[in-house]
Design a protein around this ligand. Structure first.
Ligand SMILES: C[S@@+](CC[C@H](N)C(=O)[O-])C[C@H]1O[C@@H](n2cnc3c(N)ncnc32)[C@H](O)[C@@H]1O
Length: 276
């Protein structure tokens, strides 16, 4: 199976625990490289402090964690939603004290990490969760923590994986993170050559990242009007709304009172906003 094609089925059902567990039960894991991804291997080789707290979300078979442990890293956590996969990881890593294996939903996870490694997790999520991903990554990173890894710089006919572009990622992550690196990876595996961006984003600890649920928007025009209204608030540095218009992330220098946001959208009685 091509490693560019994440799954053998087209996804018209929720990408939930059941969906992912089924992929592991049936071995339909076309995304699995069977080895540490070369750009990540190169990156790990540059990290000198072996005691930093590292998280790998949507870890899959996590050759990256294996490599980190081989290199002497002492504080590696991995999380995945698929119980079948996680049971296998527990057997694979045994009682190694340097790794914590968590079966659960990344978006429910609590913790503080110096480094979070991205490897085909972002692209496995429905695009409507991208704003929530930015918010959650910002929350899970310690002061000046890093999000590093690979994002696809292409689209796909069958999803997942869900693709994207450098421009889209820049708009999505800007202000919440300092985009230290976002360049085509030079040593991707052959089927992904030229189509993945290596990213290193540093948490912007000076700004607040807040996620809101939004109701009532049904088109891009209305989304732009609402986004512009929020962007015009002096303290707001970036606004990004999800593709299904149900969530909006605000990056700001201080907390924006919910009442202020509600007042700004009160011209349409269908619009409702509340904080997550
Ligand atoms: C495309 S696979 C990538 C696995 C691994 N990173 C790799 O490259 O081999 C996506 C992984 O994310 C996991 N996943 C999907 N949604 C998740 C969520 N909300 N929380 C945690 N894991 C999730 C799936 O179970 C699956 O293992």
């Amino acid at each position: 199976m091509s490693t560019d094609q994440c799954c053998v089925v087209s996804c018209d059902r929720p990408l939930d625990l059941e969906y992912w567990d089924t992929q592991y039960q049936h071995n339909t894991t076309g995304w699995d490289l069977g080895q540490v991804s070369p750009p990540l291997k190169s990156y790990v080789d540059t990290v000198s402090d072996k005691n930093i707290a590292i998280l790998i979300p949507g870890c899959g078979n996590t050759y990256e964690a294996e490599y980190l442990l081989e290199q002497g890293f002492t504080n590696v956590s991995v999380i995945d939603i698929a119980p079948t996969l996680v049971a296998g990881l527990q057997t694979k890593f045994g009682n190694n004290p340097n790794i914590t294996i968590i079966c659960g939903d990344f978006f429910e996870h609590k913790g503080q990490y110096d480094l979070i490694i991205e490897q085909t997790f972002f692209c496995a999520l429905p695009p409507s969760l991208r704003q929530k991903y930015v918010w959650k990554m910002h929350q899970l990173l310690a002061k000046n923590g890093l999000l590093a890894g690979l994002l696809f710089n292409r689209t796909f006919e069958v999803s997942p994986p869900f693709g994207g572009s450098k421009e889209e990622y820049e708009k999505l992550f800007q202000q919440a993170f300092h985009l230290q690196q976002i360049e085509i990876a030079t040593n991707s595996i052959a089927p992904r050559a030229g189509s993945e961006l290596f990213i290193e984003f540093k948490k912007n600890s000076d700004l607040l990242v807040s996620l809101y649920e939004f109701e009532g928007i049904t088109c891009n025009g209305c989304m732009n009007t609402v986004s512009t209204a929020f962007m015009n608030i002096e303290e707001v540095k970036n606004v990004s709304m999800s593709t299904d218009f149900s969530e909006v992330v605000l990056v700001s220098t201080s907390e924006i009172p919910l009442t202020q946001l509600q007042a700004l959208v009160s011209y349409d009685e269908k619009y409702k906003i509340k904080k997550q």
